[in-house]
Design a protein around this ligand. Structure first.
Ligand SMILES: [Zn+2]
Length: 68
C-alpha cells in the first residue's frame, strides 16, 4: 500500500534534510546540507531516484564535488 518513497538520510553526511528535485523529466535526491551538497543519480521517475539514493552505499562516485 504505502510506497517506500521517502529518501533516507544522506549516506555521506547523515543529514536528513534531503529533498527530491525534479526537472525536465528527471528526478534526483539532493542533500540539503550546504557543506555536503551530495546528489544522487538522475532517474526518470521520482521513485527510482529515491530508490537509488536509498541503495547508495557510501560510494564516492555519487558525490559530484569532493568536500575535501
Ligand atoms: Zn549530505
Amino acid at each position: 500500500m504505502a510506497e517506500k518513497t521517502k529518501p533516507e538520510p544522506c549516506p555521506f553526511c547523515a543529514d536528513d534534510r534531503v529533498s527530491v528535485e525534479g526537472a525536465a523529466g528527471l528526478w534526483w535526491v539532493f542533500c540539503g546540507n550546504p557543506f555536503c551538497g551530495a546528489s544522487g543519480p538522475d532517474r526518470r521517475t521520482r521513485r527510482d531516484a529515491i530508490e537509488r539514493w536509498n541503495d547508495a552505499p557510501r560510494d564516492r562516485s555519487l558525490v559530484s564535488s569532493d568536500a575535501r
